[in-house]
Ligand binder design. Structure first.
Ligand code: NAD
Ligand code: K
Ligand code: MN
Length: 358
């Protein structure tokens, strides 16, 4: 029997609650499928590790997870530690060296979920946002001088390489091609940002020539927020820079009902390194430890992980279980206006997987 080695990194805040639920669901799914198993190694890295050792993860942390088939990640972000320290010390310390340059974020209105957008029901909003995940605004280039003096200045340089832009655009066109509508929107801000964003537009045109079967258009990011709200049905696959797509995908998650539902895959498409799967949300300090975090974002991320591992049947079974659970208002956590707890949603999902409530 095949055994997949998974590195589970809950991180901070509600990370532990949702990742524990996700691991429980994965084991139940493997038992139901019978053709594979999961060997899950848990790594308690994050804010508490930082407090004890001065680092978010051990110096050899990446070596400990390099050989795993996939990484399941919760959240980096601790109330006592600056966000840039936790983010760069853990999530980006994995994503960037592992060259997980394609961040993929599907958005759909799941059964039983009500969009805050008037008249948008299940099936009418179906997007995949592709976020450039290795450079751009989050390249880490920049600096701060004369701190504390009136001359203080700081820069965060958005650094884009032709190779980096080409590979993410090619990835997005390839993904768009697999979707029924074969539609791609390339998002930039090339009116104001006249160097890198103009290069994006030019490369988009070049790469588009390789994909004559894909219909594509381009949008400025500010106008894109309007289109997402006013004409959601006009969009399908979307590609944008690290920062722009970070923002657009939170908006997309909210339009699909809750940040608690949305999944992410951080892919190294060449498979030279493990890819990482995580809910799009963060540590959610306001609900940490209350047992009410919505675990659906983690479960859906697990679906993406199963697809990546080459287990489409299991991925389909888990997605069907998720849709069955969201379709039942008794399984809605408070972010969806319900009273269910994380444990209730987890139990209902496992029951839907095993057929216990069929
Ligand atoms: P957040 O996603 O943690 O929370 C935003 C809001 O959404 C909160 O009201 C929260 O309660 C709600 N929410 C989020 N996930 C939920 C879930 N599963 N169920 C129910 N409600 C949920 O964003 P934030 O408040 O901006 O950030 C908090 C911390 O998380 C910060 O330290 C930030 O840096 C970090 N963060 C980490 C990641 C990551 O690791 N990928 C992503 C975003 C934020
Ligand atoms: K996360
Ligand atoms: Mn984000």
């Amino acid at each position: 029997m095949k055994t997949y080695r998974i590195a589970a990194i809950p991180g901070d805040g509600i990370g532990d609650e949702v990742i524990s639920a996700g691991v429980e669901v994965l084991h139940a799914l493997a038992a139901r499928e019978g053709s594979f198993a999961f060997d899950v190694d848990r790594f308690d890295w994050g804010g508490e590790h930082y407090k004890a050792h001065g680092r978010m993860m051990p110096e050899n942390g990446r070596d400990l997870i390099r050989g795993h088939d996939a990484i399941l990640f919760g959240s980096a972000g601790h109330p006592d530690i600056p966000d840039h320290v936790t983010l760069w010390g853990l999530r980006l310390a994995i994503c960037q060296p592992f060259d997980q340059y394609a961040n993929v974020r599907p958005t759909r209105i799941l059964p039983g979920i009500v969009s805050p957008l008037r008249g948008v029901a299940a099936g009418t909003l179906d997007w995949v946002i592709v976020r450039e995940n290795s450079e751009g605004e989050y390249a880490g280039v920049g600096g701060r001088v004369h701190q504390g003096s009136p001359l203080e200045a700081a820069t965060d340089v958005s650094m884009f390489t032709r190779a980096g832009v080409e590979r993410i655009l090619r990835f997005a066109f390839r993904l768009a091609r697999t979707r029924p509508r074969k539609l791609l929107t390339v998002v930039t801000k090339s009116n104001a940002q006249r160097h890198a964003m103009v290069m994006w537009d030019e490369i988009a045109k070049e790469v588009a020539a390789e994909f004559p079967d894909v219909t594509w258009d381009k949008m400025l990011v500010d106008a894109m927020t309007v289109r997402m709200v006013m004409k959601p049905e006009s969009l399908d696959t979307i590609v944008a820079t690290n920062l722009h797509a970070d923002i657009l995908s939170d908006l997309a998650a909210a339009l699909a009902g809750s940040l608690g539902i949305a999944p992410t895959a951080n892919l190294n498409p060449e498979r030279a390194f493990p890819s990482m799967f995580e809910p799009i949300h963060g540590s959610a300090f306001d609900i940490t430890g209350k047992g009410i975090a919505n675990p659906i974002g983690t479960f859906w991320s697990a679906v993406m992980m199963l697809e990546h591992l080459g287990e489409p049947a299991a991925a389909g079974r888990l997605m069907a279980a998720i849709e069955r659970v969201t379709g039942d208002a008794r399984c809605h956590t408070p972010d969806l206006g319900g009273t269910a707890r994380t444990a209730d949603v987890t139990a209902a999902t496992i029951a839907a997987i095993t057929g216990a409530n069929a």
